[in-house]
Design a binder for this molecule. Structure first.
Ligand code: NAP
Length: 319
């Protein structure tokens, strides 16, 4: 019989890559969406929309969550479902909290009641460290600068508590920014590349951005879902940072993208104070040493290669 994995939030960027990776490893994948008619765009892009068993499950409803776990009795559970935009979390704090904290407690409680013996992985966020002067690790100070970071930290604490008190095999992978062709259009790298291509084609004249002096630790989503599985299957249960250990200034990335398209970014980019966050994180960088040492995982796609992958995809798909 095939091993089963239950992927909550399987229609998103990471859910889609994770489902593909699990299918490739011979798992039967049950994926959830909150919607009766889920957005299959990403699953179709990877050609797995007919291989994932899609079910409708509102994780904010305890009974639905418990029923899904009881019915399928998976070996592994991954929770990737969330309102995942930091920017949106300032506009929708209540939705962000509910989509992160209520779902975490529902999964943990369902697993506790059901005496679930499998592995349970939660997607955390490097946003919990705020601005990092040196690369963050699990001992770094917590500095919550958005409703999103706040909710992810509560989810992290809940998961740790259920591991320590109830002996559930659950852990958080504290993810730093990771991108891919499947990333939602609202996220900044995708926005920059889409618009730069439109400018190159003469369809658009301007790219309006917020603070471009910020630095982020950017990686490739396809690799990060491998780290999630290693953490989930590790014999010793603990939390890990999933990051590249390098940070890049957004302005430098803009320059690389425009240069690759033969354009000078200064001719097209306008800065709008309206797009600055209420509480900005100047630099976010993680230290990947623990996951590298313990689980032999390392981010290998550098920023130049990542940008090439994203530009190539957009050029082929921007009709
Ligand atoms: P994503 O593409 O936005 O996918 C998340 C999925 O969650 C959506 O497809 C949606 O699926 C579901 N969802 C549940 N409640 C939602 C709500 N209120 N609003 C919007 N969507 C909601 O996210 P991702 O990039 O794959 O990230 C996966 C997980 O990693 C998330 O928990 C995210 O917070 C975390 N993370 C991501 C990054 C990153 O750089 N990508 C960094 C740190 C942490 P349905 O509509 O089908 O239900």
């Amino acid at each position: 019989m095939k091993r089963k994995a239950l992927v909550f939030g399987c229609t998103g960027q990471d859910g889609t890559y994770l489902s593909k990776s699990l299918l490739d490893k011979g798992f039967e994948v049950i994926g959830t969406s909150r919607k009766n008619k889920p957005n299959l765009k990403r699953l179709k892009t990877l050609g797995i929309d007919d291989q994932v068993q899609l079910i409708c499950c509102d994780l904010e409803q305890f009974t639905q969550t418990k029923n899904a776990i009881e019915k399928f009795q998976p070996r592994e559970i991954y929770n990737l479902s969330a309102q995942s935009s930091v920017g949106n979390s300032f506009k929708k704090p209540r939705e962000t909290y509910k989509s992160i904290i209520n779902t975490t407690i529902n999964i943990l409680e369902a697993c506790r009641e059901f005496k679930f013996k499998g592995n349970i992985f939660f997607a955390g966020s490097g946003e919990i460290f705020g601005s990092t002067n040196t690369a963050a690790d699990l001992n770094s100070k917590i500095d919550l600068r958005s409703p999103y970071a706040n909710a992810k930290y509560q989810s992290f604490l809940l998961t740790k508590m259920y591991r320590e008190i109830y002996n559930l095999k659950c852990e958080t992978g504290i993810l730093f920014n990771h991108e891919s062709p499947l990333r939602d259009e609202n996220f900044v790298l995708k926005k920059i590349i889409n618009r730069a291509i439109k400018i190159k084609k003469g369809i658009s004249k301007e790219l309006i951005l917020g603070n471009i002096t910020i630095k982020r630790d950017w990686g490739y989503a396809e690799e990060y879902v491998e780290a999630m599985q290693l953490i989930s299957r590790a014999r010793i249960k603990k939390d890990y940072l999933i990051c590249s250990g390098k940070s890049y200034r957004l302005q430098d990335i803009i320059e690389i993208v425009f240069n690759k398209l033969g354009l000078n970014w200064k001719d097209y980019v306008t800065i709008s104070k309206d797009l600055f966050r209420k509480s900005e994180i100047e630099e976010s960088k993680g230290n990947p040493q623990a996951i590298n040492n313990d689980l032999n995982w390392k981010a290998t796609t550098d920023i130049q290669t990542l940008i090439d992958i994203l530009i190539e995809y957009e050029l082929q798909n921007d009709k």
